[in-house]
Design a protein around this ligand. Sequence first.
Ligand code: FE2
Length: 382
Amino acid sequence: MDSLLSSLRDFWEKGPKIFRQVVPAGELLDPFDLFSIFASAEERIHFKDRDFSHEFENPFTAYLNGCSVVINHVDNSSLKVYETCKSLRSHFPHIFANMYLTPTNSQAVKAHSDDRDVLVLQMIGSKRWHVYSDPIRFPYSDEQLGKGSATLSAEERGPLTLCDTLHTGDVLYIPRGFVHEADTGAEPSLHVTFAIPTHDFTWLSVIAETLRDVGRRLISPRQSVSLEFWNASSASAEDAFRAVKQSLFEGATFERAQELFLEKIRRHNLAQDSFEPSLRQAEMEIVRRRSHSAILPDRNFLLQIEGKTSDRVVAVFARVAEDRYLRWNVPDDVFEAVRDLWQRGCCEWRSLALTDDIARYALAVCLDSFGVAKLCTTVQFN
Ligand SMILES: [Fe+2]
């Protein structure tokens, strides 16, 4: 990461750049981290076909049904992500992070621009990125493009600047304002976007906040404009305007501007640090879960098919001897993996008959949470 940060200076606020293999595997998230992140995140957003989806409560079920799952401020839900943000504070005033989990052959959101500079870290799988130009240079929050219902046209996106695929451990820098979109192919993707909220760090915001601070300490800026202010030919109003402006600019020193900026940054970083104790506690639970390598179906539940639509199977787990049924609408491939598990009796969750580890773990967690199978250690498995 250090080499990335030193060469990032050449690209900062200029254009996108990919840095290959800069983060070692031990610092990346794995499927076990997802369980704890989903459990503790204040808000989860599901996307399907580049739009919001409200069809599923459970993020793992949503993922198995083709939804992308987005966690904003994942630095408040993952110790690894928090620690990365904290270590990056020696290079940036403040940095927060959002997480994007995307199944195979999907795109979570449409092409858009952001009001911040970002470092996209590929945690699991791969994702192909298209970065276009910056139609609005250094946008403020209300100038972000492509975040409404309308899709940006090719003309609005501007010319393509970068088209490449991120693999595990790679980082992509996208400057504020550059329109971008990303999709998955045969592999799923888990990435975390580390965001430097540069729309809040502009010269305009620093100077405006300093002037506001100075203005609150003086009497004349508190007064309402004179009753003649809207009269274009009012010389007295113009004199008053010049006098107040001068008093504000005289008080707005570089030292005070820096002091106010540091105070603001300290508040942001303190708020981020307040989550650290609970994240350390959650880490112990993640360590315990990492020992869960097996999935053991409860053979008291019989698996049946109740019905079938064009792309989903209505699976029923029926408990023998008790009048208990659990219905689950799942895609064909997930149903086949469950049927395979019930035939085998038990297996390592990594050998469930699905295409990738995130889907396999998602299925194991779903079955465990429904109470029809149990995630357990290999010792119990034996
Ligand atoms: Fe974005």
